[in-house]
Design a protein around this ligand. Structure first.
Ligand code: THU
Length: 138
């Protein structure tokens, strides 16, 4: 299902990500990003980047979606799939901070990167190998 980038299972996530992207607040970079997450309980949660005049305050779409998903009940291990969409010709991979944040909630998270023309499927363990986890200090 989520191991095939062309699977119809991605459709609700893509729709949610494009919809959220439409609400992105990106007046500084003009780079609008949408994300969507599917949780084990079947919720699809969208997010968009929210920039700020104080640039470092900016929140990426992925972590915006993650925050909304946790508020909706997501717990570690409960993240099933993620999508990131932009209109850039080069597909947009999650930044390092977002990879770390997503990794907390899934072991083998499939992450679909998409624009209007193309799609590419990655997995969190490939994007963030040897990641730091709670087990390193507990
Ligand atoms: N951005 C995201 O929201 N997600 C990514 O995966 C990459 C970058 C945002 C942050 C900032 O608002 C803009 O894109 C340019 O870096």
């Amino acid at each position: 299902m989520f191991d095939d980038p062309r699977s119809a299972a991605w459709t609700p996530l893509l729709e949610a990500a494009w919809k959220a992207r439409g609400n992105a607040h990106a007046p500084y970079s003009h780079f609008q990003v949408g994300a969507a997450l599917l949780t084990a309980t079947g919720e699809v949660v969208g997010g968009c980047n929210v920039e700020n005049a104080a640039y470092p305050v900016t929140l990426c779409a992925e972590r915006g979606a993650l925050s909304a998903a946790v508020a909706a009940g997501l717990r570690p291990g409960g993240l099933v799939a993620a999508v990131v969409v932009t209109e850039a010709p080069r597909l947009t991979p999650p930044c390092g901070a977002c990879r770390q944040a997503l990794a907390e909630f899934a072991e083998r998270l499939p992450i679909l990167l998409a624009n209007r023309e193309t799609r590419e499927l990655h997995r969190i363990e490939d994007l963030l190998p040897h990641s730091f986890t709670g087990s390193h200090f507990r």
